[in-house]
Design a protein around this ligand. Structure first.
Ligand code: ADP
Ligand code: MG
Length: 363
């Protein structure tokens, strides 16, 4: 089912007497989530991701705006009638119940025609447990499970009702690196096989990029950009998005445009036809550097780090906003280094942004 968020705003009253204005956690947020897709809400801590999720779940009421599940306006519908499955960072399992009892819990209190027999509940629990591959752990207590297994129980519990929408709030944060990777793939697989429209909240750009059909980058309650992960990486709408995506991070320089040429320091490094003369912020992806003995940009060489197939050339430049510049170069490419290292730049890996507001300047 598709989900529509229409001009959603959520304000919280300030508890700080010195700053009496409301906290605007989510600000005029509009988004359409297509049926059966997995969307990641991505942004730094405090940008309004959980608030947005809680507006979807019904745990919070918006200050203004509407929410639609398919044709239904659910804005005033209480959480228990929305048919959403929720998974949080801390798995919140009942410690005294077995895995099976934890999973069947959301089915226990059904009344009238929805009431299920013990047999039916057991079957549904087993089905959900199979999806997350914990069917052999049904009689254990949560304390007898690893973190990854506990999180799978929480996911099975969210799935057992066959929710209309699955909402996951930083579900992998408490897992170690290896389990995080494995559980992430698992969530993707389950989402694909069930086709449940899913919203996945994370502050981890790599997680968001790898798991989702679409990412929504947020800052201070405001959507910065929405798109397929590769689209957003390849064409960031503003400096914030450019800096938030990518590892190693994008390399940011203070630069000037003069006579349709981009200058970093004294060096003209790239033709930028159609851009007016001005000071700009130039950002270059690590894979945007081509080492060349007579390259256009001269940096002060620091070191070379071997990264398996590729190498990372580390350097500095007086105009760089990052402490070090990282260029990722294919291992086969010859690199001449001495006191300096020189690069030509790949045009489609260089982005210009306004000094005033960080908006993208296209060329
Ligand atoms: P995120 O999940 O992206 O880290 P949140 O949605 O939790 O961010 O919070 C967004 C902003 O709203 C933050 O500034 C946070 O302090 C504020 N906030 C969240 N919940 C409340 C609340 N119940 N009362 C007051 N302020 C809140
Ligand atoms: Mg949060």
């Amino acid at each position: 089912m598709n989900v529509i968020l229409e001009h959603l705003t959520k304000k919280f009253p300030s508890r700080n007497k010195k700053q009496p204005q409301d906290v605007v956690a989510v600000n005029d947020f509009s988004l359409e989530i297509p049926d059966g897709k997995l969307i990641a809400l991505l942004g730094p801590s405090g940008c309004g991701k959980s608030t947005t999720l809680n507006l979807l779940s019904g745990l919070l009421k918006p200050t203004s705006g509407r929410i639609f599940f398919g044709e239904d306006d659910v804005t005033d519908l209480p959480a228990e009638h929305r048919g959403v499955g929720l998974v949080f960072q801390n798995y919140a399992l009942y410690p005294h119940l077995t895995v099976k009892q934890n999973i069947t819990f959301p089915l226990e209190n059904r009344k009238g025609k929805d009431k299920l027999t013990k047999q039916q509940m057991a079957e549904k629990a087993l089905e959900a447990a199979r999806l997350v591959q914990i069917e052999n752990l049904m009689d254990r207590k949560p304390s007898e499970l690893s973190g990854g297994q506990q999180q799978r129980v929480a996911i099975a519990r969210a799935l057992v009702k066959m929710p209309r929408i699955l909402l996951l709030d930083e579900p992998l944060s408490n897992l170690d690196a290896r389990l995080r990777l494995q559980t992430r793939e698992e969530i993707r697989r389950i989402q694909r096989s069930t086709g449940i429209t899913t919203v996945f909240v994370t502050h981890d750009q790599e997680e968001a990029m790898s798991i989702s059909d679409q990412i929504v980058v947020m800052k201070d309650g405001v959507i910065q950009q929405t798109g397929a992960p590769q689209e957003v990486y390849d064409s960031p709408a503003n400096l914030f998005v450019a800096k938030f995506l990518g590892n190693p991070p994008i390399n940011v320089f203070d630069a000037q445009v003069k006579n349709q040429t981009l200058y970093i320091g004294e060096e003209g490094v790239l033709p930028v036809p159609s851009v007016e003369d001005q000071s700009v912020t130039a950002a270059i992806r690590p894979e945007g550097f081509l080492p060349k003995a007579d390259g256009a940009l001269t940096c002060n060489f620091s070191s070379v780090e071997i990264m398996g197939r590729d190498i990372s050339v580390v350097s500095t430049h007086p105009c760089s906003q990052n402490a070090t510049i990282r260029a990722i170069i294919s291992g086969e490419t010859p690199v001449t280094t001495g006191k300096t290292v020189r690069f030509d730049l790949k045009k489609n890996k260089v982005f210009l942004f306004s000094k005033e507001d960080g908006a993208r300047i296209f060329f």
